[in-house]
Design a binder for this molecule. Structure first.
Ligand code: BGC
Length: 748
């Protein structure tokens, strides 16, 4: 198919019509030229194909499909292969259902635990978010089906989501909010990128040429098409000019005329429209070229969902209470045992094929008595139920409480109001702990909760939103038929007031100031040396691992060199399991304010009892760099960087270090405002400045009388602009201008 030719054959009106959807889920077709419409559907943790009436709010149902664990859970696997495999299954389902693009993954950074959509986002950390997103995209796309990584960019809350402005520094964008997209583009080339609803520093993401063209295409090399989030278009013409190719949904072509007029009047160059049309046609024909017959085997895919779910739940606490034994008399308390919460609400809501609750499997696993205790769908104390729960618990040897967030507590469209569980749950858990029996809490929620009872219970299993096989996964983990291996991809703070964005969430008026800068998640808690409930990367197992023999391939690195880190991990316990090893880089150079440590690598390893394996992780130069906003570039400093290897961000087991050398600080900008310290620090200007100012320096910093120059005076000189020599150094305007001229020449 010669797409350029096809574009040439189109009328201006036809081109304009292709730039928005035909309806809610299809691109526009053009029968005259044999261009079919193609369908896109929501994901990301299952196929949400709406066959009939379209809406994306969960009001109308989509086809019967397998509901996989949501991203809050799959991220806890820290497992690229798992994400890839899940992508492959979803890609096949899309082929079977003739869907060209699955709308995901969603990779926005979890800036606050209150964001209503955190359950479908991956992490507070850009390294995990990027690596897992790239793996998922590669999996889906290996099946000839596209993805739409979303929501680009800085879409970290639901409050005022279609108009609010995320106001943040370029450094925070580059270091925290962009890298998940950047990594995915560079490692997986998603067929499409979905731009977000919000504005960034006052400019709609859907109209921002810097974001959609300069950064995304020119810097990162994105080749696909950009589509709008559903209804994210304000000025369609501005959007096209910025690089936003496809407006979704269609809006009955109401913007077509604007596009036509803009081209006629010269406001929109014809080539820009042609380019958008070309990209849309590329997608349409790519779908056609990759079509093949597939069948959607729901039961088989369900098994895969269960395998995944077992690897996503996080054992947060275990004081010799788990695993449960079949013969133990156990009380299951809480509505979530019977009516589990296994996915979130909104556009990602899947019409799940067959949901199993933990309680429905009770007979298979053990000797279990159930009492509801509290409802799963609201915060209401029902004293009859509580009494019954306490009675049931009294007769048991161990108590397992199934707690969690009701659907209405977290959803797309609005943010959480607080970080607590419903009061009825906290209160009953506390009363149950007073019975003096071992208590385990199983949590079903999409984002961290406060746990005022954490000290009093003996076990906590974070099941997150585990998909439709939540029952199998939870029961296998509770009864030790599977070994927990999930790790938190987000920090669980002690309380909401501790969170880095607390004072700036959800913002004032139409603006949200990201005042914490790059200090998001553990980067903040570590910098403030704060206690947390459970740290980033934390997750227990029924076995124990030993880390030894750290090796670093290159210990002195030039500015463009990375290094390879390897270590041995041994399973010294009695049960097979998977360990996730984490590698943090800690900048010790002190050159600029940096987070204490940042995750720059991770790897999972499956080990039988007694087995040892070598784990290897690569560190690219970027792992040591920070974004220098003033000079618009990535930089690293000369000096020592510690490499910390741990089983969580707060359980570092091995450390080594490397030294970076040969980094050149940016040249000073020479004008009358340049500070003398900058001239002394630059090797090209130091000698000249020293010579020219010798007399002044002597006099100003203590002259010949003093042995050692006065520290205060030295510092004053360091931060003194050249122009100040008029006042303090007796130089004339002419002399200063001449110095500026000379210094400029030295830098050429
Ligand atoms: C959501 C997207 C979703 C789209 C289509 C929007 O409201 O933000 O994530 O893909 O709707 O349902």
């Amino acid at each position: 198919m010669n797409i350029k030719e096809l574009v040439r054959e189109m009328t201006l009106e036809e081109k304009a019509s292709l730039c928005s959807g035909q309806d809610f889920w299809h691109t526009q077709g053009l029968p005259r030229l044999g261009i079919p419409p193609v369908m896109v559907s929501d994901g990301p943790h299952g196929l949400r194909k709406q066959a009939d009436e379209a809406d994306h709010l969960g009001l109308h149902n989509s086809i019967d499909a397998v509901c996989f664990p949501a991203a809050c859970a799959t991220s806890a696997s820290f497992d690229r292969q798992l994400m890839y495999d899940m992508g492959v299954v979803l890609g096949k389902e899309c082929q079977a259902e003739e869907v060209s693009v699955l709308l995901g993954p969603a990779v926005n950074i979890k800036r606050s635990p209150l964001c209503g959509r955190n359950f479908e986002y991956i992490s507070e950390d850009p390294c995990v978010a990027g690596e897992l997103a790239a793996a998922y995209i590669n999996g889906v796309q290996s099946q000839g089906v596209g993805t739409s990584i979303k929501h680009f960019a800085a879409n970290n809350q639901e409050h005022q989501r279609m108009y609010g402005s995320s106001d943040l520094s370029e450094q925070a964008l580059r270091e925290i909010y962009f890298p998940a997209f950047e990594t995915a583009v560079k490692k997986a080339q998603p067929w499409t990128v979905m731009c977000s609803y919000n504005r960034i520093n006052g400019v709609y993401a859907s109209e921002d040429p810097w974001l959609l063209t300069q950064v995304l295409r020119e810097e990162w090399g994105f080749k696909g098409l950009v589509m709008s989030d559903w209804g994210a278009v304000s000025d369609r013409v501005k959007g096209l000019a910025a690089g936003m190719d496809l407006e979704m949904p269609g809006g009955n072509g109401s913007n077509d005329q604007q596009i036509v007029e803009a081209v006629r009047s010269g406001r929109l160059p014809q080539e820009q429209l042609d380019q958008a049309v070309e990209r849309i046609l590329n997608l349409v024909f790519r779908h056609g070229d990759n079509r093949r017959k597939e069948s959607f085997d729901r039961e088989a895919d369900r098994q895969k969902a269960a395998d995944i779910a077992r690897q996503c739940m996080v054992l947060l606490k275990n004081q010799q209470v788990l695993p449960l034994k079949q013969e133990e008399r156990v009380a299951f308390i809480g509505g979530f045992a019977k009516t589990p919460r296994y996915q979130g609400g909104g556009s990602s809501h899947i019409n799940a094929h067959r949901v199993t609750s933990p309680l429905s499997l009770a007979d298979v696993y053990g000797t279990i008595q159930y009492a509801q205790g509290f409802p799963a769908d609201r915060d209401e104390r029902i004293s009859e139920w509580e009494k019954e729960a306490l009675k049931t618990a009294e007769q048991a040897e161990k108590i397992v409480v199934f707690a969690g967030l009701p659907d209405s507590f977290e959803s797309e469209g609005y943010d959480r109001r607080h970080m607590r569980l419903p009061q009825c749950q906290d209160q009953l858990i506390q009363r149950l702990t007073a019975l003096g029996k071992p208590v385990v809490v199983v949590l079903q929620n999409g984002s961290p909760v406060e746990m005022p009872w954490a000290e009093q219970v003996q076990g906590i299993l974070e099941a997150y939103l585990g998909g439709e096989t939540v029952g199998e996964a939870v029961m296998d983990l509770l009864y030790g038929k599977a070994n927990p291996c999930g790790k938190l991809a987000e920090t669980f703070p002690v309380k909401l007031e501790d969170t880095p964005s607390y004072l700036n969430f959800p913002g004032i008026g139409h603006h949200t100031r990201y005042g914490e800068g790059v200090f998001v998640g553990y980067r903040y808690y570590d910098a403030k040396k704060m206690p947390v409930l459970f740290p980033f990367g934390h997750g227990l197992s029924y076995t124990t691992y030993r880390y030894d023999n750290l090796k670093i391939s290159r210990k002195v690195c030039g500015p463009t060199e990375g290094t390879t880190v390897s270590l041995e991990v041994t399973n010294v316990g009695r049960m097979a399991g998977k360990e996730v090893v984490q590698l943090y880089v800690a900048d010790q150079t002190g050159a600029v304010a940096r987070p204490v440590q940042e995750l720059k690598g991770f790897a999972g390893v499956f080990l039988n009892p007694g087995e040892t394996q070598t784990v290897t992780m690569e560190l690219e130069p970027r792992a040591f760099e920070w974004f220098d906003e003033e000079n618009g570039c990535w930089r690293s400093n000369d000096g020592v960087y510690q490499l910390r290897i741990g089983s969580s961000s707060r359980n570092i087991l091995l450390t080594g270090e490397i030294t970076r050398k040969g980094n050149r600080p940016p040249l000073p900008v020479i004008d009358e405002d340049v500070q003398l310290g900058e001239l002394f620090a630059c090797e090209k200007t130091a000698g000249y400045t020293q010579e020219k100012l010798a007399g002044f320096l002597k006099a100003f910093t203590g002259g010949e009388k003093e042995e050692t120059p006065d520290e205060m005076m030295l510092q004053m000189v360091k931060y003194m602009p050249l122009r100040a020599l008029r006042s303090f150094g007796g130089l004339t305007n002419r002399q200063i201008s001449e110095m500026v001229k000379d210094l400029k020449k030295l830098l050429i």
